[in-house]
Design a binder for this molecule. Structure first.
Ligand code: 3EB
Length: 312
């Protein structure tokens, strides 16, 4: 069993539990600590001390291989790698190297199927046109996947956001067994976005289904107000929320082989003054879904909000 929850207990205390796969403190710092603890630079929107916690029902072992911190069970490995402030000045090469390192550790450890990536970068919207940091990150990521022989049908679900601190972190969940990846028929596949969005398309699926110890799960990628390949409802928060949740509902209906239901939301809001309205909108419509609200930059500068989901 895999569960995702939000806890105010101290991160170190959470990490002392044997069934904890990963603790992600929603704090401003982004730096390696110890295996299983992933400070990612994504802040809780009201500066509350909240940790994301991923728990399993097996005993977890933790360690470090090369630059990668990991924690694992017999079926699942969580791997994290940080880039320094200096690495981020050459984000394309640094991303390629970091992804190549992660994918090879996963392969050697017997978890060859990455199914969910999180990518948190500084200044994600900095730079003009093809020089935008996010676009260079996309090139590095695609080069690593291609170099190691991953084809678009194996691209995992993902989120890619900008934080407001230095350094970057990538972390991934990977499995020993094969997951199933899905796209959204109302959106152009991310890996087929047209040239205007950058030299290299983003390498991710819209949702991924996976069964662990007989329990099926659905991971929904960071989802935003995009229809086809275009951002829609630029400048309007509530309408972006509506389009985003329509995309998520479409995945729940058409990319959900085991009929999973929404368990948690991780919500990324660009502007602090939009946090309360985002909360109100979602709590009114999805009162049963446990949610955490963070401040982050979305990878297209016209997107105001992005939502990812864990379903079980
Ligand atoms: C989008 O749909 C919005 O580059 O890994 C969402 C989820 C987005 C993941 C990624 C980007 C990524 O294109 C942005």
């Amino acid at each position: 069993m895999l569960s995702h929850s939000f806890s105010p207990s101290p991160a170190i205390e959470l990490l002392s539990r044997k069934d904890v796969l990963a603790v992600i403190p929603l704090v401003k710092n982004c730096e390696p600590f110890e295996a299983g603890l992933i400070p990612a630079g994504i802040e809780e929107a009201n500066a509350q001390e909240i940790n994301e916690v991923w728990t399993v029902t097996e005993e977890v072992s933790r360690g470090k291989t090369g630059e990668c911190n990991w924690s694992k069970t017999s079926e699942l490995m969580c791997l994290a790698i940080w880039l320094s402030k200096n690495d981020c000045t050459t984000i394309e090469a640094a991303t390629k190297n970091a992804y190549a390192a992660m994918l090879s550790v996963l392969m050697e450890a017997g978890y060859p199927h990455p199914f969910r990536f999180w990518n948190y970068l500084p200044g994600i919207n900095a730079g003009q046109g093809d020089e935008e940091l996010y676009k260079k990150f996309c090139t590095g990521r695609l080069q690593a996947f291609e170099h190691l022989g991953y084809t678009p049908d194996t691209f995992p679900s993902a989120s890619a956001l900008g934080h407001h601190t230095e350094g970057a972190v990538f972390y991934v969940f990977a499995s020993a067994t094969k997951p199933v990846h899905f796209n959204n028929q109302n959106q152009v596949n991310a890996y087929e976005y047209p040239r205007q969005y950058g030299i290299s398309s983003p390498s991710f699926a819209r949702a991924t289904a996976l069964t662990l110890q007989q329990s099926p799960y659905l991971f929904i990628s960071g989802t935003a107000s995009i229809i086809g390949h275009k951002t829609v409802e630029a400048g309007n928060l509530e309408r972006q929320l509506h389009v985003t949740m329509t995309n998520i509902e479409h995945l729940l209906e058409h990319a959900n082989p085991d009929n999973r239901t929404l368990s948690t939301f991780k919500v990324y809001v660009r502007h602090p003054h939009h946090v309360q309205r985002t909360k109100d909108w979602l709590e009114q419509r999805y009162p049963g879904v446990d949610a955490v609200y963070t401040l982050a930059d979305i990878c297209r500068s016209d997107l105001l909000v992005e939502i990812e989901c864990f379903c079980r």
